[in-house]
Design a protein around this ligand. Structure first.
Ligand SMILES: C[S@@+](CC[C@H](N)C(=O)[O-])C[C@H]1O[C@@H](n2cnc3c(N)ncnc32)[C@H](O)[C@@H]1O
Length: 449
């Protein structure tokens, strides 16, 4: 293991001779050294920063949003920072809305933003389930089911390539018929049954969300959409009887959810200045949300491939197809060092993917904008809690947590703490090449001075 890559605690001062011997880690070592006094490990949080924590929770388990963190994680941080109904909570990358849902059941006003309509819809709809009476969804669903046989097939974005191979033909037809039926229901039942419908699209298909890709599994046995919906409706009814698990006081303070771009918050109307941000951005790990959620997007939110592409190029640039913008350049010396090292490696042997450096520049340019926007809109003394993964490409460690914290400091935040929640391995390909050494998943905590 190369100790220069992962010094959680460096005691030594960096000298000129270190700089000469080890030029290619110099700025990252400096960053580690700067933040070592405020880095602490709390590996008990590790299981809470993933969706696993929501798997058995009423309502939150209904839609599997793999990139979410857990209800308990949000609860714990609300407690830790004394968040009460006097606060105004903001999740600028709200995903399925875990922060917003937890705020809702805690009687705290909240606002969330996501660039993708899937996230906005799920975030808006999950809390509405709290407002309905047991058995109403079952009744409406059973009546709707009687219409299935003769229902017309709704339009979906069938020009997107994956749609042509993702389903057994019978399932595709049935899903299109269900779409027609759901469109004719009334709210909030329409939205709630629509959410259950969205949640069965993947299991009714030959695909599985898997890391960066939507994996194609043509030999998988799949149930019909109606069988899957039957089960989902039962789950929802059980959940309505189990709400006490959430320690909910029966107040429903629905969150405000906006489809927007966190890089520019000028069009978002906040009720007041947010006092607490609890969020997790896309990681710089090539993950493309418009690919993982392409089926859900094709059924409910886009008309055609052009609209899918527009979303793909409109999200935060954390994936390799992201386009460069004029004037993009490195926003941090540690990033410049990484880029130089990658370039040197590229001269010796071509990089596996030559778009990685472009993506890294774009990612940090975007995140710098995001951080400046958060600083602008937040109340004085607001706290920002952000879960983020470090990454490694071609053996080059990218300390995303520290670079973003340094950018936050430049924007005016005080970096209070960095909690290491987990160490992650790497892809088997990279492990073979560079040896197994872990990458931090961190929670950065910043305060607006
Ligand atoms: C890690 S996920 C957040 C998951 C969330 N913490 C939860 O519990 O569901 C990151 C989210 O950022 C969204 N996103 C990507 N680019 C964005 C942008 N420019 N503005 C706002 N949201 C964006 C993605 O669609 C995704 O839902």
């Amino acid at each position: 293991m190369n100790s220069n890559q992962y010094p959680l605690f460096i005691s030594k001062n960096i000298t000129q001779s270190d700089k000469k011997i080890n030029t290619n880690n110099f700025y990252r070592n400096n960053l580690e050294k700067k933040y070592t006094p405020i880095i602490e490990e709390n590996l008990k949080i590790g299981s809470l920063v993933s969706y696993q924590g929501n798997k058995n929770l009423p309502i939150l388990r209904l839609f599997r949003y793999k990139e979410a963190f857990s209800y308990q994680f949000v609860k714990d941080f609300f407690n830790k920072y004394g968040i009460t109904p006097k606060d105004y909570v903001f999740d600028p990358f709200c995903g399925m809305g875990t922060t917003l849902f937890t705020s809702c059941v805690s009687g705290i006003q909240s606002i969330g933003i996501d660039r993708l309509p899937t996230g906005v819809f799920i975030s808006e709809t999950l809390p509405k389930i709290l407002t309905i009476q047991p058995n109403t969804i079952t009744e409406i669903y059973e009546q709707a089911k009687l219409l299935l046989e003769n229902a017309a097939e709704a339009q979906v974005a069938e020009d997107v390539r994956i749609m042509k191979i993702a389903f057994p033909p019978k399932n595709l037809t049935e899903l299109k018929q269900w779409k027609t039926i759901i469109q004719n229901l009334e709210n909030p039942y329409k939205e709630i049954i629509d959410l259950l419908y969205l949640s069965v699209i993947e299991p009714a298909s030959f695909t599985a969300k898997d890391g960066q890709f939507l994996r194609y599994l043509p030999n998988r046995e799949v149930a019909t959409p109606t069988e899957l919906l039957d089960r989902k409706v039962k789950e929802l009814e059980q959940d309505l009887l189990n709400l006490k698990t959430l320690a909910w006081d029966r107040n429903v303070l629905l969150p405000k959810v906006c489809q927007g771009d966190t890089r520019d918050l000028s069009s978002i109307s906040f009720e007041k200045e947010p006092t607490f941000i609890l969020t997790s951005p896309p990681y710089a790990n090539r993950y493309d949300y418009t690919r993982s959620y392409s089926l859900e997007l094709c059924f409910n939110f886009i008309q055609n491939f052009d609209e899918l592409k527009a979303l793909r190029f409109g999200i935060l640039r954390s994936h390799i197809e992201a386009k460069e913008h004029e004037g993009d350049s490195s926003v941090h010396e540690a990033l410049t060092e990484i880029l130089q090292n990658l370039e040197e490696k590229n001269q010796i042997k071509k990089l596996n993917n030559n778009r990685i450096p472009i993506m890294l520049i774009a990612y940090f340019v975007d995140m710098q904008k995001v951080i400046k926007e958060w600083y602008r809109v937040c109340a004085k003394n607001a706290t920002v809690v952000m879960v983020v993964d470090n990454v490694r490409f071609e053996g080059e460690h990218v300390p995303v947590d520290l670079i973003l914290s340094d950018l936050a400091e430049q924007a005016g935040f005080e970096v209070e703490k960095i909690i290491v929640a987990r160490y992650k391995g790497n892809s088997s390909q990279q492990m073979g090449k560079y040896g197994r050494f872990p990458v931090r998943e961190s929670i950065t905590i910043w305060r607006k001075k």
